[in-house]
Design a protein around this ligand. Structure first.
Ligand code: PMP
Length: 446
């Protein structure tokens, strides 16, 4: 909650108006500002920049009230005026409380932050303003030249990703993989030592690491194993308090491979509206064939969807993720993300990979991975050392083995790395590979 600023009641000589006119002028200013404060409904929708202006004007009004109060108290008819100011003061405080309620999940210092002012971007001009070297390296095969900084906030890339995910470009912020988006959202929304985030283990490890780096407390509400690792919505809601800023969900979930029930996610989003963000990490959604929750962005101002090119688009080495959210959230995070976050090499690789013919090839590969996933699952289920293959809609399988040590050793002998997830989920996680790699894996397991 943003604290209501105290109205200054203390008298300071320099605060007192010299003339009646000065008093009336200040009173008029206060009265003119109030209607703007009352119209808070659209403040968030109009963006974080405007919200910062409103906050500033509220503290301006508060200061003026203090001065009016001091002036009136000195006059013989002061009591009357004080009563009038008292009513104004109450209005201001109400406006402030309402604004705080609507913006409770935002860090006020991030709202007030002025973004780094980077060198202007205009490819039509020669750049003598960014202290770069005017020549390319001999080995530089890029279109734009690596001697130049990339676009500070890459609009063409954002537009291309927005088209891919079917959302307006102003709702999308590209980052260096979902890992950067996770870090960004935690830093922008959680105050160190005060706020907390909720995680549903077993799940992707970076949510916890990002929270710990930021100094946000981590509250864990495990997925319900005997319901196929389903979301415990009541448990999550019970764990939330006034300082809960983010609930992290992963669907399909890593490492369990199951998708969260959309109705359960919807209930969390609705119950936590105007209280906390619900971040839904859809890193593996292409392998599930499900529709992205980004389609319901308009109904949920507290929804953040994470997508990545690292999985279905085969660009893990390029490091590109997309954070999809309501415009005010995107604008807020744009102030926090470092400029030039996405390297030029990556921008060019993505634009080439997302051209239509490549996208068709990538979709065929996703279909192949899905078919291989089901084939490997069936083959493993028939093995004597396999206790259970958890149903998966991702590009990996979580598998319980009777002797996991022996399985890990057998995979290594076959020159395959598989992931030991015993600490988190009591099982091993196997990514779907090429048919040849999958066959080698199946052969290695007894
Ligand atoms: N989210 C999940 C659920 C993941 O499993 C991973 C990678 N293992 C990531 C995000 C990281 O994605 P990126 O490569 O885009 O940083």
């Amino acid at each position: 909650m943003i604290p209501v600023p105290a109205v200054e009641d203390t008298w300071r000589l320099e605060d007192i108006f010299a003339t009646e006119d000065a008093f009336l002028e200040a009173k008029r200013e206060v009265e003119e500002t109030l209607p703007a404060l009352a119209d808070l409904t659209g403040v968030l929708a109009r963006g974080a920049g405007e919200l910062a202006v409103v906050l500033e004007s509220i503290s301006g009004v508060s200061r003026q009230l203090g001065r009016l109060h001091a002036y009136a108290s000195m006059r013989s008819d002061g009591d009357l005026r004080i009563a009038a100011h008292q009513a104004l003061r109450q209005e201001v405080e109400l406006a402030y409380t309402e604004l705080s309620r609507r913006t409770a999940w935002l860090r006020p210092e991030i709202l007030a932050l002025k973004a780094y002012s980077h060198a202007s971007w205009d490819p039509a001009f020669d750049r003598l303003h960014a202290n770069e070297l005017p020549w390319r390296a001999e080995t530089d095969r890029t279109q734009s030249g690596l001697n130049r900084y990339p676009e500070p906030h890459p609009h063409e890339l954002a537009a291309c990703l927005a088209a891919l995910y079917g959302v307006p470009a102003e709702n999308l912020l590209p980052g260096r993989g979902s890992d950067e988006s996770i870090d960004l959202v935690v830093r922008a929304f959680c105050r160190a030592g005060i706020d907390n985030v909720i995680l549903c283990p077993p799940t992707f490890g970076m949510y916890k690491v990002a929270a710990q780096i930021q100094g946000a407390a981590v509250r864990e509400v495990p997925l319900t194993k005997d319901r196929g690792y389903a979301l415990d919505v009541d448990g999550v809601l019970a764990a939330c308090d006034a300082n809960t800023k983010i609930v992290f969900l992963c669907s399909p979930n890593n490492p369990t491979g199951n998708a969260m029930d959309p109705a359960a996610v919807e209930r969390l989003l609705t119950t936590l509206a105007a209280r906390a963000l619900v971040v839904v990490d859809e890193a593996y959604i292409e392998f599930s064939g499900a529709t992205s929750l980004a389609a319901s962005l308009a109904q949920h101002p507290n929804l953040v969807v994470l997508r990545t090119l690292s999985k279905a688009f085969g660009l893990a080495g390029a490091r590109v993720g997309s954070l999809i959210a309501a415009t005010p959230i995107v604008q807020l995070l744009e102030k926090v993300i470092p400029p030039y976050s996405i390297p030029q090499l990556t921008i060019e690789a993505v634009l080439a990979t997302l051209a239509a013919p490549q996208v068709i090839i990538q979709r065929e590969r996703v279909a192949q991975v899905r078919a291989e996933r089901d084939r490997v699952a069936d083959a493993l289920s028939a093995k004597s050392s396999v206790r259970r293959v958890w149903p998966s809609v991702a590009n990996f399988l979580l598998v319980d083995f009777s002797d996991p040590e022996a399985t890990l050793a057998a995979a290594r002998d076959a020159k395959l790395l598989i992931r030991d997830m015993r600490a988190a989920a009591g099982a091993l996680r196997i990514s779907v590979g090429t048919p040849e790699q999958n066959n080698r894996l199946i052969r290695s397991i007894s």
